[in-house]
Design a protein around this ligand. Sequence first.
Ligand SMILES: *[C@@H]1O[C@H](CO)[C@@H](O)[C@H](O)[C@H]1NC(C)=O
Ligand SMILES: *[C@@H]1O[C@H](CO)[C@@H](O)[C@H](O)[C@H]1NC(C)=O
Ligand SMILES: *[C@@H]1O[C@H](CO)[C@@H](O)[C@H](O)[C@H]1NC(C)=O
Ligand SMILES: *[C@@H]1O[C@H](CO)[C@@H](O)[C@H](O)[C@H]1NC(C)=O
Ligand SMILES: *[C@@H]1O[C@H](CO)[C@@H](O)[C@H](O)[C@H]1NC(C)=O
Ligand SMILES: *[C@@H]1O[C@H](CO)[C@@H](O)[C@H](O)[C@H]1NC(C)=O
Ligand SMILES: *[C@@H]1O[C@H](CO)[C@@H](O)[C@H](O)[C@H]1NC(C)=O
Length: 360
Amino acid sequence: MFQSKQLLLLLSGLALCQHASSAPAVSPQSSQIANPNYGPIPGESPVYSTTYTVEPPFPGNTTGAVLNTTSGPPGPDDVLFQNILGAEWIIFSFYQQGITKFNESSFTALGLPNTTYTRLLQIRDNEAGHLRIFQDSISPSSVKPGPCKYEYPFTDAESFLALQTIIEVASMAFVSGMEYQAMDPAAASALVAIGETETRHNTWSLIDVWNANPFSGPVDTIYPYANQILEFTRSFIVAGSCPPENPVYPDPAQQLATFELASNTSSIAPGSHVTVTFETQPEFADSKDYYAVFFHGMYNTSMPFDTKTNTTTIPAAFDPTGIIITVIADAEGAPTDTSVVAGPLIVLENPATVGLALAT
Ligand SMILES: *[C@@H]1O[C@H](CO)[C@@H](O)[C@H](O)[C@H]1NC(C)=O
Ligand SMILES: *[C@@H]1O[C@H](CO)[C@@H](O)[C@H](O)[C@H]1NC(C)=O
Ligand SMILES: *[C@@H]1O[C@H](CO)[C@@H](O)[C@H](O)[C@H]1NC(C)=O
Ligand SMILES: *[C@@H]1O[C@H](CO)[C@@H](O)[C@H](O)[C@H]1NC(C)=O
Ligand SMILES: *[C@@H]1O[C@H](CO)[C@@H](O)[C@H](O)[C@H]1NC(C)=O
Ligand SMILES: *[C@@H]1O[C@H](CO)[C@@H](O)[C@H](O)[C@H]1NC(C)=O
Ligand SMILES: *[C@@H]1O[C@H](CO)[C@@H](O)[C@H](O)[C@H]1NC(C)=O
């Protein structure tokens, strides 16, 4: 049904690029945007639910970083919200590129409901609201990162919808993981509410796009090292395209090696024996044992990782729902972020055909 991810990546040079390169780095309205009362307010304005225009809604129609207006100490969760705003620009821009490239016919031609394009507009509008919420959550003493240029490995409406699925489950996972970092309970609670919204987006696509089971078992997958997932989203950023005032994204970043499953992988069902292909090379010490650590639901299971053959086995005990977050670590259970040497790879179990295409 899908072209392989490698093929999509090869073709990604064709991807759209929406942001004008001549735009100034700092928004002309920087000081206005810094005021949370400026522009539509999330939860009050219909802009973030039902704009329905091809043009991006506020603040997605702005460029440049929003500078700090004070020089006091940063807010306790400023770095968290700078990181998540950097991620949100990637998610918002993904939807905005799809809205610009496709129309209703692109999806009805695939036999999908005639509401598909409208749903994508509504999700895009929600994501604009997230941009505003995260901007407002950063204190006036810290820079609010602005949009970079982005390229995504989709080439047609079908590959766009597959990537939509992985972007939503990835965002659900990093949002729940970021709660480990939140200092203020109000910030943690805001993250839960945002994660709930992303889950609705994912549930819609499971029902209407994939005709699949809309649920993911009793609990979605918890992965505590959220910045490692953000690191993986950096592949969508065009190198050197971010406003110079933007903070490092993500902060901190470990520069981990990445991997996917071998292109000949025929099953990602629990119990499958799989071969891993490294995209960037990890350093393995001959004297150490390595583990593939699989996170699913509340728990993780470690399996031996054979560094001679690059093979391991997806734990047979897992329920084939939701996602399995996979890392290679030098200690069982990946007890610290520094024990992770490669990953994470998000393996989508449902629908499995989409998951196989995205993980290989
Ligand atoms: C962005 O859209 C808002 C309306 O939602 C509008 O008031 C504002 O002028 C627009 N800004 C730019 C830079 O186009
Ligand atoms: C913004 O923050 C920087 C670094 O803390 C500081 O030097 C600068 O004065 C701040 N800008 C304003 C307008 O206070
Ligand atoms: C979508 O775009 C195609 C190609 O430009 C056009 O032929 C078609 O009429 C459009 N469909 C809708 C519903 O706007
Ligand atoms: C959308 O599809 C439904 C049936 O699935 C149909 O009743 C409705 O008329 C269609 N709407 C448009 C605008 O084509
Ligand atoms: C898949 O490819 C790997 C090399 O990447 C090879 O070692 C393995 O035997 C192949 N597996 C199958 C089932 O063909
Ligand atoms: C395992 O992966 C390493 C790192 O990418 C690579 O050098 C090595 O050739 C791979 N081994 C096999 C058997 O494919
Ligand atoms: C993985 O599970 C083990 C055993 O329950 C636990 O000690 C470890 O902290 C878990 N790893 C993470 C990263 O939560």
